[in-house]
Design a protein around this ligand. Structure first.
Ligand code: AHR
Length: 674
């Protein structure tokens, strides 16, 4: 360490000690209820989603068969002798003999081109032969559950097939059903399988289609669904939807993220290939290292929004891909602009429009609400600087056809280095998207970044952000960083009108995570929210409709040491607050929500003064999320180690004092009458 830096550190330490000792005064917060704060935007809290960490396939999208159209590893890998389809294997009981292979000569149609061929050389009533799928880290088996299986099949032998969900060794069969005799031409078969009331939940299982008759059998689009949220066909996992519904999100930003852009033009989110019947969806490679089935297609995203009463925030592909390809020649870009206009029409056009009619054909005659369109994603990475031109071309075309839509630019921010690499496009975005992924102390420091932001420019959309400590889901220290940052977003919600955390999901099985630090974790059987999830839920469920201006005094502080990058850049240690506040009010009910984040290791008393109210109910509630150790977290094994606890609070008044536990995040609800 350089001598100068050493002295600064010592000095700052002394300063901090000094501050801590002089900060014996009790911290105080005054609520200026005599002033009218700004209205809280109706879409402040939302969700961001993309196919990453097995978010849909192996996650929210309830399909249980992995590699259902045999596209994963559809060509032999270098050095492979026997070409086995990923996640499928041959089942041979007793004397049964045979083989499986991928076959491209028997396409179902021009989308389902690779099928699985089973050559059953020897099989009998006591020796079955078949194909098994291991699912997304197992097939979840629960009691009293009816599963819907379907598959395309054909055979040179007119024999039925048995479909079963069974233990990995085949010894235990949890549910099974028999198909009709399989014909010579491709036919889709549908069966239901029901488990008994007494089965123990398990995912140590496989899905098997088997026969007792020698012959040749071909399969494609093999599918198995458990009951889904609202029983929607091709729908979503119930438990994860419930976690999301509890957050009361107001919008969903989709389909990305990097997933929107793709590595190359032909692996972008090509929305037209994600609609219609499943046998018309080829799927595509996602930039996160695995193929997407596109079972979660454009209409499914929209129906997800509808189910949770969220408005879609649609990001449209903007002619730039992750590997750096871009199109800024207006003529070459125009087909993508047209594609975006058609996509918008698919979402919000009525049945008299071309794409509205196609949406109706797909099963949803009513248009969806849509107010926000984002042009691209993180175009600050586009070193060519082509975004300005691309944005302007998209924005102009969208505004001609849809003048009421608000348009979001991915560059032009001031606080986020990436969006700040280029200035605000001349085409005049309504909002700028800023992204932040930092550690806890950095996020705490950022609680004030919007306090002094220019109010004359576009509004801000914080379209991706998270405190990144702990994985696969984040730990309590992250929850502290998130909560501190959120207090800043709420206080500045005249400017920051929307935000959404990212990434939302992670499948916690080995190989499931591509991005460390996620909000909601799951395996095949269960799911849980991280401490950060509970912060989002506590904050969005206790919001009111108006911000209350506050004044704080004698707030404890902490020292933010420079990280390695900062040290290299000569950034000095900094004293920052260690408690964070945001206050909002519901003008209809008179309830005041005081959010207090205590990132210190000590209980903190706080004096609370409510200026400008006549009456304060003595009894209120406190919802508190806390941990004894900041590295504590929730997991599949301990999903509720850290959850909010609600307690009653007494002796509230216009001037009162409350204690806030060490390492805690609290929402204090106070009933007032004006
Ligand atoms: O949230 C993970 C990734 O972070 C997103 O796909 C991308 O937009 C950002 O860089």
């Amino acid at each position: 360490m350089k001598l100068r830096n050493f002295f600064v550190l010592v000095l700052s330490g002394l300063l901090l000690l000094n501050m801590e000792s002089s900060a014996q005064a009790i911290p105080s917060i005054t609520l200026k209820l005599d002033q009218k704060g700004h209205a809280i935007p109706s879409k402040l809290y939302g969700l961001m989603t993309e196919e990453i960490n097995y978010s849909y396939d192996g996650g929210l999208y309830a399909e249980l068969i992995r590699n259902r159209t045999f596209q994963d590893n559809a060509r032999p890998r270098q050095g492979e002798n026997i070409h086995q389809p990923d996640h499928w294997s041959l089942v041979q009981d007793g004397d049964a003999k045979g083989s499986i292979l991928l076959d491209r000569r028997n396409a179902v149609n021009n989308v389902l081109t690779t099928c699985l061929q089973l050559d059953a050389l020897n099989a009998s009533s006591s020796s079955r032969i078949g194909i098994a799928n291991d699912g997304y880290w197992g097939i979840p088996v629960c009691p009293n559950t009816t599963y819907t299986a379907s598959f395309y099949a054909k055979s040179n032998k007119s024999a039925p097939l048995t479909v079963s969900i069974e233990s990995v060794d085949g010894k235990m069969v949890y549910a099974k059903a028999l198909s009709p005799a399989i014909g010579e031409g491709w036919t889709q078969y549908k069966l239901t399988l029901t488990t008994a009331a007494n089965v123990q939940p398990t995912a140590n299982t496989r899905f098997v289609i088997s026969t007792n008759e020698p012959g040749q059998y071909w399969f494609n689009l093999v599918s198995l669904f458990p009951p889904t949220y609202n029983n929607t066909p091709n729908g979503n996992r119930h438990d994860i939807m419930k976690l999301l519904a509890d957050m009361k999100p107001s919008f969903l930003r989709f389909p990305g993220g990097n997933y929107l852009e793709g590595d190359y033009f032909n692996s972008r989110f090509d929305w037209k290939k994600t609609i219609g019947k499943l046998d018309q969806r080829p799927g595509h490679p996602s930039p996160w290292g695995y193929r997407s089935t596109d079972g979660m297609g454009l209409l499914e995203f929209l129906m997800w929004c509808e189910d949770l009463k969220m408005e879609p925030l649609l990001a449209v592909f903007a002619g730039y891909t992750l590997k750096g390809d871009y199109l800024d020649d207006p003529k070459l870009l125009q087909p993508f602009v047209d594609e975006a206009l058609e996509e918008i029409e698919y979402v919000m056009g009525d049945k008299s429009t071309k794409w509205g009619a196609i949406r109706a054909r797909d099963g949803h005659p009513a248009p969806f609400p849509l107010s926000y369109i984002e042009i691209g994603n993180e175009d600050g990475f586009d070193n060519s600087g082509s975004y300005e031109k691309r944005f302007n071309q998209f924005a102009a075309a969208i505004r001609v056809k849809y003048p009421n839509l608000k348009i979001i630019s991915t560059v032009g921010g001031k606080n986020d280095w990436l969006s700040g690499r280029f200035s605000i496009p001349k085409g005049g975005p309504d909002l700028i998207d800023e992204h932040f992924y930092r550690n806890s102390i950095e996020m705490q420091e950022m609680a004030t970044i919007y306090d002094k932001y220019d109010r004359n420019g576009p509004k801000i959309f914080v379209g991706e952000w998270a405190t990144r400590e702990g994985f696969p889901t984040t730990n309590f220290n992250s929850a502290i960083g998130d909560a501190a940052f959120l207090t800043g977003l709420e206080r500045n919600s005249d400017l920051v009108v929307m935000h959404c955390y990212a990434p939302l999901f992670v499948n916690v099985n080995p190989g499931g995570m591509q991005w460390k630090s996620d909000l909601i974790g799951y395996d095949a059987l269960t799911s849980y929210g991280s401490p950060a999830y509970y912060v989002q839920k506590m904050f969005s469920n206790n919001l009111g409709n108006q911000v209350v201006n506050i004044e704080t005094k004698d707030i404890p502080t902490q020292l933010k040491k420079p990280n390695t990058r900062d040290s290299i850049a000569g950034v000095q240690p900094k004293v920052i607050p260690a408690m964070f506040f945001s206050v909002t009010k519901d003008t209809n009910t008179g309830i005041i929500y005081i959010k207090v984040v205590n990132s210190t290791s000590k209980v903190q008393d706080v004096k609370i003064t409510l200026d400008g109210v006549v009456n304060v109910a003595a009894k209120g509630t406190a919802i508190t999320l806390r941990a004894t150790n900041v590295e504590d977290t929730n997991t599949i094994a301990e999903p509720e180690k850290i959850v909010p606890i609600t307690t009653y609070v007494n002796k509230l008044s216009k001037r009162c004092q409350q204690s806030f536990p060490a390492y805690s995040i609290t929402v204090l609800q106070i009933q007032t009458k004006k």
